[in-house]
Design a protein around this ligand. Sequence first.
Ligand code: 9MR
Length: 450
Amino acid sequence: MPLTAKSVPRIALVSSLLAAVAGAAVLMAAPASGAASTLGAAAAQSGRYFGTAVAANKLSDQTYVGILNREFNMVTPENEMKIDATEPNQGQFSYGNADRIVAHAKAQGMRVRGHTLAWYSQQPGWMQNMSGSTLRSAMLNHVTQVATHYKGQLYSWDVVNEAFADGNSGGRRDSNLQRTGNDWIEAAFRAARAADPNTKLCYNDYNTDDWGQAKTQGVYRMVQDFKSRGVPIDCVGFQSHFNSNSPVPSNYQTTLSSFAALGVDVQITELDIEGSGSSQASNYQRVVQACMAVARCNGITVWGIRDSDSWRSSGTPLLFDGSGNKKAAYTSVLNALNAGGTNPTDPTTTTTTTTTQNPQPGGCTATYSEGQKWNDRFNGNVTVSGTDNWVVTVTVSSPQKVISTWNTSATWDSSGNVMTARPNGSGNSFGFTIQHNGNWNWPSLTCSTG
Ligand code: 9MR
């Protein structure tokens, strides 16, 4: 079996660790990994996420929460982080509903996209009535305060939302914020970076999906300009609200890859596609395939869970019907995610594995194999034999963090370094993504019968 030079020392390390922990360690060939059975798990196999917009007032709806917890590993508060919600009176901040969503996501091991710090719409009354330098300072203070409140807790922030005009101008949308000066967007990004240096800062908009549209080109030129001048921008969000008037464009993937080529990540942030049956399913499939084909497409968020949760529910644009049943579109999305995607930042593909054996009679064996690797994270796969009723303990070394799992029900101890994985009905193989923060060591595993 070929081993890369790079992986040999790690095998030695893990072998000795496992020998100490479990009394035995051998090397063996990697098993093939199976298809995942939920959207988040399927996306995680290629290092992507699958998210949904969440409304705080639905967190008491058991059907809603059941689907949320089962299927998704990223959450965007639908309205709760907007300016009118977080600063209803100037200088008085209100985070209750947004914090509830963040707490729910954290408890479930999901990550959160913040939405949104600066926008012409959903401004509180006090801000709507402002202009000029007073508005500019109030906006920057808002960005600073809210980004500071959530510092270190969010995967990304939609720093500025919907700042470009529809139609053929390719220019900015008129608004009170725009009238404070054309540099208001970069000022907002700089304030966000200063407040929370480790979250991805995104520009987010709609009708920017068609590469041939003036609005798309206008946003592209802004991002190009920001990158050339060192304005801190990390990602572009494509809302992707589609219907018969605004269909999935044939050049959608070109749009995503062209932006990515500027050196930013791209994210599909508010996906919904009106329609039903197989035509809706194939439109969803095209969108997912486009993201999977672009290495810097980090993931996909749909704008709600059931059709009845949608801002345009009459168009039945989501993946679950009003009763919470999976639609044809759900299946096409799941299959497209399971089909895998490109990620050229994956430096090596090795087929090395290690096994830990429980020395007790009647024990079980957990076999670890390396998955994909990226600059900031890597995947691991585990296959268990000997029992269907296993408990596998996965210990990562600080500052590593497990950021997603699939095909298992997982809990963590208070340190966040020790994960206990149990079967969730998906069989005896499971996987996880580790954010390595510079530490590439493999986790250590122990297996016991549950
Ligand atoms: O889904 C949101 C809906 O509940 C609100 O009433 C609406 C108010 O503007 O905002 C909706 O979300 C929007 C998102 O924040 C920005 N892009 C368009 C979304 C759909 O309108």
